[in-house]
Design a protein around this ligand. Structure first.
Ligand SMILES: CC(C)(COP(=O)(O)OP(=O)(O)OC[C@H]1O[C@@H](n2cnc3c(N)ncnc32)[C@H](O)[C@@H]1OP(=O)(O)O)[C@@H](O)C(=O)NCCC(=O)NCCS
Length: 99
């Protein structure tokens, strides 16, 4: 959370947020799906990571994330779970995929 590591195979998603008036309409899922699609097209990336609160685990699971366990990140008393999405890291292999 505190350092950018150039050339890293992991990308950290800091915050996904949809305006409160626009939630529960599928926008968050589409935004996340489109961003993951973009990341899949970047060579060298292997995984996307994010910390989330327990109640959002089903949301991220639905998007294809797996739960790794407790996150090292904490904000005050808030605790998070570490979620991981495998990107594959082989954009070159996806010819004709739109990448
Ligand atoms: C999380 C967030 C981005 C979801 O965006 P969204 O546009 O409402 O999401 P979608 O409409 O695509 O999907 C809604 C799904 O997320 C789940 N969800 C969203 N917010 C939730 C909440 N507070 N508690 C439990 N489930 C929640 C819903 O159960 C729903 O699941 P369903 O499709 O099975 O009914 C949005 O609620 C948000 O901006 N929250 C505040 C910021 C935040 O907590 N971001 C996460 C940081 S890790």
């Amino acid at each position: 959370m505190s350092a950018h590591v150039p050339g890293s195979a992991a990308v950290h998603v800091h915050v996904l947020s949809v305006h409160r008036h626009c939630r529960q309409q599928g926008k968050g899922s589409i935004l996340l799906w489109r961003y993951l699609q973009y990341l899949r097209c970047l060579p060298g990336l292997r995984r996307a990571l994010l910390p989330c609160e327990p109640f959002l685990v089903p949301f991220y699971r639905k998007a294809g994330f797996a739960q790794l366990g407790p996150s090292a990140v904490a904000v005050g008393t808030l605790r998070f779970l570490e979620m991981e999405y495998q990107l594959g890291g082989a954009a070159y292999a996806r010819r004709n995929s739109g990448c």
